[in-house]
Design a protein around this ligand. Structure first.
Ligand code: SF4
Ligand code: SF4
Length: 452
């Protein structure tokens, strides 16, 4: 069975500035702004009010549905506001603002599990749910839902340690500096699913491969294996990782569990370990801060809710001629326009770009070279989808399988015409979703009117 995925690109890794730098703990700021939406799914409802005293690890936002995940205080102190604040998704969203008392007084709810060796899959999912753990690789899908959805269906658990996006080194440093957390989390997942766990890692991180294999040997964890893969973007995309390790292809519209797989990110796995062994919910994140506009690139451990400005300040600030700031990598990251927005549960990188790196053009044009088709790992035809998207031909855009696009950015990267392909696919999907929602609302209104 073919294990290499189709397409992909080889961007310059650009990881040298931070891959050798140990993680530094950033002191928690005087004020944290914790959004009630730090996951895919329904936002949380605040369960604290202005004036309340809160402790580190205390729940401050309650999940509001099955696909939702609670939010916890990342510092101890006093709630000074519960109101909409700038979110890293570009909107204003409900947030709890906590004045930090710098005491880190621990919540009584934060306590380790007594017998982790006897946890069932359902019990692990409950712990993960209460700890607010979501996909830390960027997807932010609630992890307990993934565990529950996979029990009895999954025969292969994969830890996605590819970290294939340029610049980002946070997972790499976690593997080098906290291997016991990653292997400990992998053991818990192996126990929960009753299967072997594969750690998929690119061959540009052989130092981490050695550290992990040593840790596995030390733990005698024969049900955990490290699979080394060629370095190629987007090796770390979920479907591509599954194909690389198992040879199975996830059909369009289907989930990894449909082909017997469940994929977890490195920091997600470490967070599961911490939740079980210490009781600590997901309140911090390892963030790579780098790019030509960053004065002192670093890997930092940052509390969730820390304003982006504080993170850049800890790295000597950004250069004057910085023209772009991204949350995430250069291929899939989101532009940031307000440095008051906070660090989220899945913020793996902050990139600042300065000087003459701006590569956009005023009038991007498709020259029909076909390069985008040759690199698309999802076997799509980006140039055709772009034609439909730019002409608002939404039905044809959907028929061209735009919803199979994983927004990896390979087509935009290779495009000599500098066409904004991924941006056009994102907005195209949004328009189709809006159209569906409007049609549904109209049908419901008509039904109500008829019933009267
Ligand atoms: S790579 Fe760019 S220029 Fe070439 S066909 Fe695709 S969209 Fe057109
Ligand atoms: S069309 Fe989507 S999946 Fe294909 S290369 Fe472009 S961004 Fe990636």
């Amino acid at each position: 069975m073919a294990k290499a995925f189709f397409g992909g690109v080889h961007p310059n890794p650009m990881k040298d500035a931070t891959c050798g730098k140990a993680i530094e703990k950033l002191e928690a700021p005087d004020e944290v702004v914790i959004p009630m939406s730090l996951h895919i799914g329904a936002p949380c409802t605040p369960v604290v009010a202005v004036g309340d005293t809160v402790k580190l690890g205390q729940k401050i936002g309650e999940a509001t549905g099955f696909v939702s995940s609670p939010v916890h205080a990342s510092v101890s102190g006093t709630v000074v506001a519960v109101e909409p604040r700038p979110h890293f998704n570009g909107t204003d969203g409900m947030a709890v603002v906590i004045q930090n008392d710098h005491q880190d007084t621990l919540s009584e709810d934060v306590k380790p599990v007594e017998h982790p060796e006897s946890l069932t899959g359902e019990q692990l999912a409950e712990i993960v749910k209460n700890a607010g753990i979501v996909g830390c690789g960027g997807a932010t899908f609630p992890t307990h839902v993934k565990i529950l959805g996979g029990l009895g269906k999954v025969d292969t658990v994969i830890i996605n340690a590819a970290e294939c996006e340029p610049y980002i080194t946070s997972d790499h440093r976690i593997m080098l500096e906290m291997p016991e957390q990653l292997i400990g989390g992998a053991k818990l997942l192996a126990q929960a699913f009753g299967v072997t766990v594969h750690i998929g890692i690119e061959d540009n991180k052989m130092d981490a491969v050695e550290v992990l294999r040593n840790e596995i040997a030390k733990e005698g964890a024969s049900n955990i294996v490290v699979d080394v893969q060629h370095t190629r973007y987007p090796q770390g995309a979920e479907k591509q990782m599954i194909q690389a390790i198992t040879g199975r292809q996830v059909p369009g519209g289907k989930l990894p569990a449909d082909v017997g797989c469940a994929v977890f990110n490195v920091d997600t796995t470490a967070a599961i370990y911490r939740a079980v062994t210490t009781g600590m919910p997901l309140i911090r994140r390892i963030v790579t801060v780098t790019g030509s506009g960053t004065n002192e690139p670093k890997n930092l451990e940052v509390r969730v809710g820390t304003p982006l400005k504080c993170v850049f300040d800890a790295c000597g600030g950004v250069k004057e001629n910085t023209f772009k700031i991204l949350m995430g990598g250069p291929m899939m990251g989101n532009a940031q326009y307000n440095l008051d927005a906070p660090i989220g549960k899945a913020t793996n990188a902050l990139l600042a770009f300065a000087g003459d790196e701006e590569k956009t053009v005023d009038h991007p044009v498709c020259i029909r070279c076909g390069k985008c088709v040759t690199v698309c790992p999802m076997h799509l035809e980006p140039l055709i989808m772009n034609m439909y998207a730019s002409k608002n031909r939404l039905e044809e855009l959907e028929a061209a399988n735009v919803f199979d696009c994983i927004e990896c950015g390979s087509c935009s990267y290779i495009c000599p015409g500098r066409v904004h392909l991924v941006h056009n696919f994102r907005t195209g999907k949004q328009k189709i979703n809006n159209q569906r929602a409007a049609a549904k609302a109209a049908a419901e209104a008509a039904e109500k009117a008829e019933a009267k």
